[in-house]
Design a protein around this ligand. Structure first.
Ligand SMILES: Cc1cc2nc3c(=O)[nH]c(=O)nc-3n(C[C@H](O)[C@H](O)[C@H](O)COP(=O)(O)OP(=O)(O)OC[C@H]3O[C@@H](n4cnc5c(N)ncnc54)[C@H](O)[C@@H]3O)c2cc1C
Length: 462
């Protein structure tokens, strides 16, 4: 091991890792800090680089109302309240800190349907990374790209003393007083996805180019060093995307306003069960794990174009398939014509509510008549005005929920409490259960990254 240990080694160059490196550098001038990143510089940043980074805040200084309660609702009784309380307490100062580094925030035009208030960094996650990387480089933080971390080294009492990584094809040891693991989840690891989600897990489409770099080594390294598992290992954030598109996150979130059918033309879930951010995970999983061929089609009619701002809910660069009859649409899409004609006829017959009540922006309770299977709870308006439209959909994975246990100080927890010198933040930590709380993942990466970085330096001066 080298004689001149680092004060801190950060694994991962996403939002959590850069927040940790920068906060550490600012809280201990002259500290020797290294960031290890698997990807080349241009592709570094994991999910953060591709994330629009919506944040559940009313403004930079004010959280969305009912924040903590909403976390409990999203994650169920398994929520770690102390974690979310600290997140709520530190979010405004963390965003002010980013503003101090030149990040600007605005209120985004969010998809279509209502939900909690959200703000967004102008330029999204890429702008946040750029600002933090610039500031960290100015303080002398070292960056090692194409340098995947592989192992933690521990000493007496399990304390972290170093990390191993592959640099220029050879193993290199980084002796250090502390490590912050910020290497994301395991959405880029087909084998781990198969283990957790069954055979279909391995073929889940990554939602962004950055997702493929997160292969779960950080989680494995921590578990090998005695960390506890936490979070919902059967949980993931996934969204329905245009099957034809090759761009990042080409989500198609107009499905609540029509129906979704499989290749046999059958509906297989309630498309209007809730607002899109309440249903997108279920929809993406249902398509990937239940539909034959792991593909489905959102079917709408010309009235989609009358929905004000409908374009905001479609991030695909490709137009929908369109035809003047359902049969021709079926032929274009490769859906069973008899099946889809039957489904549309049944659905249309059950759209007995007053279509004037249709309101795309909220759960409008315009439900299909009882008896329709599966039901349609909101936005049930007949599909009858040509041209008829179809978007082919597949489920794409954004990130996994299963990870390692951390406390509200971002310390990694072993069986007997915090593992000395080991911190973690962001996706690698397991705090989400059931469904991802909307517009919280980026905030928590930044907040707990900053806490981890500053905390790791404080520990060394105690
Ligand atoms: C398309 C998309 C849209 C999203 N939209 C939102 C949104 O609007 N709001 C929101 O709150 N959240 C959103 N999220 C989620 C959120 O952006 C992420 O949860 C968050 O950015 C994760 O940050 P992180 O730092 O933990 O991980 P990442 O940003 O994924 O960074 C992990 C880094 O670690 C590196 N790495 C991995 N393994 C190793 C290794 N062994 N050694 C060294 N480096 C390694 C990776 O290359 C990567 O650079 C979105 C995500 C995606 C992909």
């Amino acid at each position: 091991m080298r004689a001149d240990p680092y004060d801190l080694v950060v694994v991962g160059h996403g939002a959590a890792g850069l927040a940790a490196a920068l906060a550490a550098a600012e809280s201990a001038h002259g500290a020797r800090i290294a960031v290890l990143e698997r990807a080349p510089h241009a592709e570094s940043g994991g999910g953060s680089r591709w994330s629009p980074s919506n944040m559940r805040m009313k403004s930079v200084s004010e959280l969305a109302p009912d924040f903590e309660q909403d976390m409990v609702r999203a994650c169920g009784e398994r929520t770690d309240r102390a974690y979310f309380r600290r997140l709520a307490a530190e979010a405004p100062s963390t965003l002010a800190w980013l503003e101090g580094h030149g990040v600007k925030f605005h209120t985004p035009g969010y998809y279509l349907s209502a939900g909690p208030p959200r703000i967004q960094a102008v330029g999204g996650g890429a702008a946040i990374l750029e600002a933090m990387e610039r500031a960290a480089k100015a303080t002398g933080v070292e960056f090692h790209y194409e340098c995947p971390a592989t192992r933690l080294l521990t000493g007496a009492g399990g304390a972290v003393e170093g990390g191993e990584a592959i640099s220029a094809g050879t193993a290199r040891t980084f002796a250090t007083h502390a490590v912050v693991l910020a290497s994301g989840g395991f959405e880029g690891n087909a084998e781990m996805l198969r283990e957790q989600f069954g055979p279909g897990g391995a073929s889940l489409r990554p939602i962004s180019p950055g997702s493929v770099y997160n292969r779960g080594e950080g989680i494995r390294m921590a578990l090998d060093a005695g960390a506890q598992r936490a979070g919902d290992w059967n949980g993931m954030h996934a969204e329905p995307v245009d099957a034809r598109s090759r761009q990042s996150a080409p989500v198609v979130l107009v499905y609540p306003y029509g129906i979704v059918v499989d290749r046999d033309g059958k509906r297989f879930f309630d498309e209007g069960a809730g607002l899109v951010h309440e249903t997108w995970e279920h929809v993406a999983r249902a398509i990937h794990f239940s539909a034959p061929g792991r593909v489905a089609w959102a079917i709408l009619d010309a009235r989609m174009f009358d929905i004000s701002g409908y374009e905001r809910a479609i991030r695909s660069e490709l137009p929908p398939l369109r035809a003047d009859s359902i049969a021709t649409l079926a032929a274009l899409a490769g859906i069973s014509p008899e099946g889809i004609e039957r489904s549309v006829a049944e659905y249309n017959a059950s759209c007995t509510g007053d279509p004037a009540r249709f309101d795309a922006t909220r759960a409008d309770a315009l439900s299909a008549a009882p008896g329709l299977v599966p039901p349609k709870s909101n936005w049930a308006r007949a599909i009858e005005r040509p041209p008829f439209l179809a978007y082919p959909l597949v489920g794409a994975i954004a990130y996994t929920f299963g990870g390692i246990a951390t406390n509200e100080s971002a310390e990694v927890l072993g069986a007997a409490g915090p593992i000395p010198g080991l911190y973690a933040a962001g996706e690698i930590t397991g705090h989400f259960h059931g469904t991802a709380p909307n517009a919280v993942a980026m905030m928590r990466a930044l907040v707990f990254g900053r806490i981890a970085g500053a905390g790791s330096m404080k520990r060394q001066t105690r």
